[in-house]
Design a protein around this ligand. Structure first.
Ligand code: HEC
Ligand code: HEC
Ligand code: HEC
Length: 384
């Protein structure tokens, strides 16, 4: 005898079935029977499935992502390494710095990236660093829309991570600083404010900027030596409050006690800027064009002469206007391009609106020329 069940699927029945499933799921959620405890890990199949979903999501979403061609630049790698120590090593560990036992109790566990990096292409890593991974604890980049350039710097570092020695990592992430306690791995305690910056706070800045504010590894970090105290104070406060976008500096500034900002501004303003090591000799024609823009402006784009605010000029300038002479060309260029990109929310000080409007109208070629000009100039004596 053959049994046959004939069920006619009508729209009404389908809708009722869907409702029943939804009610069932809601009842299960309401009952509290699902165990959210991280002490009960996922079943192996759930783990596999979640990772499978993640891999496919990353691959599909990166189809149109273009990989920049400068990922082997030592400056980019050093910038990424400096941030890795403050923003990633606390979960993922680093060469010579194993993951904390607490991390092994996460579900999912933040993986050892030395093993994982080779399984991804650079554009996949970029996407993960920029967007983070939902339901896992992997955070998105701070200021992710504005600072894709910084996410790429971290990718440049990640590519070199597999097999990196402890010493190479320490140098890339810490510079000349050798205190293992710095680098974002421990919380900085809030205490009474003295006249000079606290040693632990200054050590963290010095990892990237040096104690002398001259930076390291070519143009990895902007030169902050001898910049005016007002400007340094405004810039640091803006990073700490999130009004100037940089996933690297927002992370560094937000973790220091607010009262330290004045002491740090005073310290770095008192340093004497020098010529950065390895500053190449730029194209003289480009520099000459840049000088013309700096001194006369550009009529077509309504760009004013930069020198009235940024020098070189004979008269005393507003201390809230930053000094550009002797700064890395790549840094000046990137800041001007950022103003064009995020035309309503960039900058730190009270006069940032002025600069935003100027940068917004400039052409890319003019930006390149004027950056080359200022970079070629000898740094001026510290203004305070
Ligand atoms: C709060 C802890 C935490 C921090 C901080 C963190 N991550 Fe993660 N990360 C995770 C977790 C958890 C996963 C696992 C995600 C998964 O398996 O779906 C992960 C996954 C990843 C992956 C994918 C690895 C793989 O193949 O599964 C990469 C790459 C990565 N993180 C890079 C970084 C970088 C770079 C930083 C710093 C900018 C960072 N993470 C900061 C927790 C963290
Ligand atoms: C992980 C590396 C790193 C650390 C640590 C770090 N910085 Fe920075 N800093 C950078 C980078 C990269 C930039 C450029 C950011 C941008 O594009 O806006 C920068 C920018 C700055 C600027 C703005 C320069 C300008 O001309 O506008 C100041 C001021 C500054 N940092 C001061 C500090 C101080 C003070 C500390 C310590 C609390 C510190 N930084 C810690 C990497 C770092
Ligand atoms: C009317 C005054 C004024 C003029 C003219 C001016 N700037 Fe600025 N510029 C500023 C101010 C103010 C800031 C600081 C903005 C902030 O608060 O972040 C600034 C910041 C900058 C920065 C960022 C520096 C750093 O260390 O991050 C660059 C680069 C710059 N200007 C380039 C130029 C160039 C190139 C020109 C000429 C085409 C120019 N500026 C003309 C006032 C001016």
């Amino acid at each position: 005898m053959k049994w046959r069940i004939n069920v006619l699927v009508t729209p009404l029945r389908a809708a009722l079935a869907a409702c029943a499933v939804a009610v069932g799921a809601l009842a299960f959620a309401w009952s509290g029977l699902f165990n959210v405890a991280a002490t009960t890990p996922h079943w192996a199949i759930t783990d596999w499935f979640l990772h499978y979903v993640m891999i496919n999501s990353v691959k599909t979403r990166t189809i149109a992502v273009e990989t920049p061609d400068n990922l082997d630049s030592p400056a980019l790698i050093a910038r990424g390494a400096g941030h890795y120590a403050s923003g990633c090593a606390s979960c993922h560990g680093a060469p010579g710095r194993p993951r904390s036992p607490i991390i092994h109790e996460m579900s999912p566990v933040a993986p050892d990236l030395e093993k994982k990096v080779p399984t991804w292409e650079p554009k996949h890593l970029f996407w993960i660093v920029k967007h983070g991974v939902k339901f896992s604890g992997m955070p998105a980049w701070v200021s992710s829309e504005e600072r894709e350039d910084e996410a790429w710097a971290v990718v440049a570092f990640l590519r070199k991570l597999p097999g990196m020695s402890d010493q190479d990592y320490a140098r890339l992430a810490m510079g000349e600083e050798n205190d293992g306690a710095v680098g974002g791995l421990v919380a900085i305690a809030h205490g009474p404010q003295g006249p000079a910056p606290r040693p632990d706070v200054l050590a963290d800045c010095a990892r990237c900027h040096g104690r002398d504010g001259m930076g390291r590894d070519g143009d990895a970090f902007p030169i902050i030596a001898g910049q005016s105290e007002d400007y340094l104070y405004d810039a640091l406060s803006a990073y700490a409050q999130g009004t100037r976008h940089s996933g690297i500096m927002q992370t560094a500034a937000a973790r220091i006690p607010y009262a330290e900002i004045a002491a740090l501004a005073e310290h770095y303003a008192a340093q004497t800027p020098g010529r950065p090591e390895g500053a190449g000799s730029p194209d003289p024609a480009l520099v000459a064009r840049g000088e013309k823009i700096a001194r006369e402006g550009v009529r077509d784009t309504g760009t004013p002469a930069c020198s009235s605010c940024h020098g070189p000029s004979a008269s005393a300038r507003n201390p809230a206007y930053p000094r550009l002479a002797g700064q890395h060309a790549s840094y000046l260029e990137s800041q001007l391009l950022l103003w064009e990109k995020e035309d309503d929310s960039r900058g730190g000080g009270p006069f940032r609106e002025i600069m935003r409007k100027i940068a917004f109208g400039m052409t890319k070629a003019d930006i390149k020329a004027v950056a080359a000009y200022y970079a070629s100039q000898p740094p001026e004596a510290p203004s305070r």
